[in-house]
Design a protein around this ligand. Structure first.
Ligand code: NAD
Length: 376
């Protein structure tokens, strides 16, 4: 059975999610290439060894440069904060590796362009981890729109709300520092709403925007008696125009009390509407004007079976729901299948990452200028 060796850089939140995906994908989805969890890389030797033992990696390393240049590595998976994505992904591409990179692709448009140029020059398969595209209910939404069931699309309304930063005593983690994270709620979570907007509706051409930082300073990590400045947004709002004439809103906030991982969208078209909420991710709501007027209304479809559930073969009987971690398993499955089929692209790729970054950048510029701004 053909195997490919994976090197994963970063072993915390996304490192755990990706490790689980590589472990599950073989037994459940049976890709033609099986991933071997070869090297886990982090900066702290002892911590990375302990993580590797728990997560099931064969070897550990503390310098990603060594790892990306190892001849036995086939896939480099970048699950570190945004400030290291460009450097690692570019070096991996130059070494001829397949690259899977966490979102947002980079911290700046300039970095994202350099990353796209590097993977193109090297001719290596590349993918950005906008995992929510691969939720069966989202895939059904895509199929219904493509089939014309919603008619002409008028609105996309994307909200991604969390509340984990509400406590002002939460320390100044990397996610609150622009040089490390690129932006706050904007790049962290609104980037997912932007990707879903692009996936389901089309390219965003123009934006207005507002960013706000409510909690302006936070205790320093390791020294809570001192405070440091928060240099990213707590919340990001945007009104957007799509190239195809639709209009919409995108909202990301990490201070929305009570909202934990409220990644929701609603799409309204001339013939109907759909609505999705990640916290009820096995369901899609559909309203169709084609239904008999007497019984028209939103209906809830449990998306665990049927032709649009591309990954159903590996999981459970109808109604036996799947969860957050499956989105990553589906992502690595498609990457492995693309490798096996010697495909040149697997979506979303670094070009999607750059297009997403251009929207993030336009929202930041629009927020600064308080004007409608073209996506670059
Ligand atoms: N797809 C998603 O839904 C999703 C969800 C959360 C985070 N993310 C993205 O994943 C990335 C990582 O986020 P996270 O939540 O896992 O962060 P985290 O803080 O939980 O983990 C970051 C990891 O990177 C390691 N690291 C940092 N700098 C490094 C370096 N120079 N070399 C090697 N290792 C390094 C850290 O030790 C840690 O293991 C970010 O880009 C984030 O935006 C994506």
């Amino acid at each position: 059975m053909a195997e490919v060796n994976v090197a994963l850089i970063g072993y915390a939140f996304m490192g755990r999610a990706h490790s689980n995906a590589y472990r599950q994908v073989g037994p459940f989805l049976n890709p033609r290439l099986k991933p071997r969890l070869k090297v886990l890389c982090g900066r702290d030797g002892r911590a990375v060894k302990s993580a590797a033992a728990i997560l099931g990696w064969e070897e550990t390393a503390t310098d990603w440069r060594e790892v990306v240049n190892r001849p036995d590595i086939d896939i480099v998976d970048v699950a570190t904060p945004g400030d290291s994505h460009a450097e690692i992904a570019i070096a991996a591409a130059q070494a001829g590796k397949v690259v899977l990179c966490e979102k947002p692709l980079a911290n700046t448009v300039k970095e994202a362009k350099a990353m796209l140029a590097a993977v193109r020059k090297a001719g290596v398969l590349n993918m950005v981890c906008h995992n929510y595209r691969r939720i069966p209910a989202v895939q059904l939404a895509k199929a219904l729109i493509a089939r014309g069931d919603l008619g002409k699309i008028y609105h996309y309304r994307g909200t991604y709300l969390q509340d984990w930063i509400l406590d002002p005593k939460l320390p100044l983690l990397w996610r609150f520092q622009k040089d490390k994270a690129g932006s706050g709620a904007l790049g962290d979570i609104a980037a997912h709403s932007i990707d879903l907007a692009r996936f389901l509706v089309g390219e965003i051409s123009e934006v207005a925007g507002a960013l706000e930082t409510f909690i302006k300073s936070r205790p320093l990590v390791g020294d809570p008696s001192r405070k440091g400045k928060v240099t990213v947004d707590d919340a990001a709002l945007s009104v957007v125009r799509f190239a195809n004439g639709a209009i919409g809103t995108i909202e990301g906030s990490r201070v929305s009390a009570g909202r934990k991982n409220y990644n929701r969208f609603e799409i309204n078209g001339s013939k109907g509407s759909i609505a999705f909420d990640l916290e009820r991710m096995n369901e899609l709501e559909l309203f169709s004007t084609a239904d008999d007027g007497a019984v028209q209304g939103f209906r809830k479809i449990l998306v665990t079976e049927g032709a649009y559930h591309a990954y159903i073969k590996g999981w459970w009987p109808p109604g036996h729901i799947i969860g957050y971690e499956h989105t990553f398993t589906h992502t690595v499955y498609d990457l492995l299948e693309a490798m096996a089929g010697r495909k040149k692209t697997v979506k979303p790729d670094f070009e999607d990452g750059l297009r997403n970054q251009l929207v993030l950048d336009a929202i930041e510029r629009a927020a600064r200028s308080r004007r409608w701004t073209k996506v670059g």
